[in-house]
Design a protein around this ligand. Structure first.
Ligand SMILES: Nc1ncnc2c1ncn2[C@@H]1O[C@H](COP(=O)(O)OP(=O)(O)OP(=O)(O)O)[C@@H](O)[C@H]1O
Length: 265
């Protein structure tokens, strides 16, 4: 399995606030990896480094074998696409316009869309079942519809790496499932995804592997069953929880029960 995204010994501080410390992991073709950790553990910062919005102090990130420091922002955007938690746009762009923005990394300055760009936009609208929304504006959509459109924009970008920051946070349960099933389906076609996610049960259900961060360091890395354990939740999330492996479901049931007092951790 070849690595599409490699994170090696990554260390980063905002001025003098150390945030990430020697983070190392990689993601292969076809893999969905969940990034979990308490608030402030560095998940969004890691995604911003992978998008080239921040520069590492030490270590490096490689996309499809190339260090991102060697890529222009535009070249990096041809490899990695971002799906944020929520997207607000001041201007009333139509859904089609928003999805077509995913083509910008492929276009020269002032270059009009080519038939290939139009085909990529059409495909992304179809893959996310958003064709029927194409002429509506983003403001007119529900949260679930809007997230599908933002995923469509990322797909139109035709990047091999999808970086998602809490993509299901504002969605109801049905739309959460729909969103993550869609990510799984598109990843199967030769991509990979790194998803920062707070919902541990969803992470366990949809991710092949989980990276658990605490205070900017990787404290556990492996299958959901290896990482989402009662001991790890007590130690790093400071909660008492029941975690059950359900062989029939092939998944984990995660029941948070009570916060633990600081001294018990
Ligand atoms: N622009 C910034 N300048 C200084 N410190 C920042 C900045 N952005 C984030 N931080 C700090 O970096 C640390 C990690 O933040 P980050 O947003 O990466 O965590 P997170 O794991 O994504 O958190 P959450 O689960 O709450 O979204 C936090 O202590 C935060 O206060």
């Amino acid at each position: 399995m070849s690595a599409l995204l490699e994170v090696r010994d990554l260390t980063f501080a905002y001025q003098d606030r150390a945030v990430l410390s020697r983070v190392t992991f990689s993601i292969g073709t076809g893999e969905v990896v969940g990034l979990v950790g308490p608030n402030g553990s560095g998940k969004s910062t890691l995604l911003r480094l992978a998008l080239g919005l921040l520069a590492a102090d030490q270590g490096e990130l490689r996309v499809v074998g190339t260090p991102i420091a060697a890529l222009s922002r535009k070249a990096l955007a041809r490899h990695a696409a971002f799906v944020p938690q929520d997207t607000v746009m001041e201007i009333a762009f139509t859904v089609r316009d928003v999805v077509a923005m995913g083509r910008h990394p492929h276009l020269g300055r002032f270059q009009p869309e080519t038939p290939a760009d139009e085909a990529a936009v059409r495909w992304a609208l179809e893959a996310t079942s958003t064709q029927a929304l194409a002429e509506r504006t983003l403001q007119e959509l529900s949260g679930g519809e809007r997230q599908r459109v933002i995923l469509a924009r990322a797909l139109a970008q035709q990047a091999t790496i999808l970086l998602l920051d809490e993509p299901t946070a504002n969605l109801d349960v049905a739309h959460q499932l729909e969103m993550l099933m869609l990510v799984r389906a598109v990843v199967r076609e030769g991509r990979c995804a790194l998803i920062a996610i707070h919902d541990l049960a969803l992470a366990a259900r949809f991710c092949d592997r989980i990276v658990m961060l605490s205070e900017g360091a990787v404290v556990a890395l492996g299958t959901p069953r290896e990482v989402i354990t009662e001991a790890h939740l007590a130690r790093y999330f400071r909660i008492q929880a029941k975690v059950r492996w359900e062989p029939e479901l092939g998944g984990l049931l995660v029941l948070p029960r009570a916060p633990l007092p600081e001294r018990d951790c």
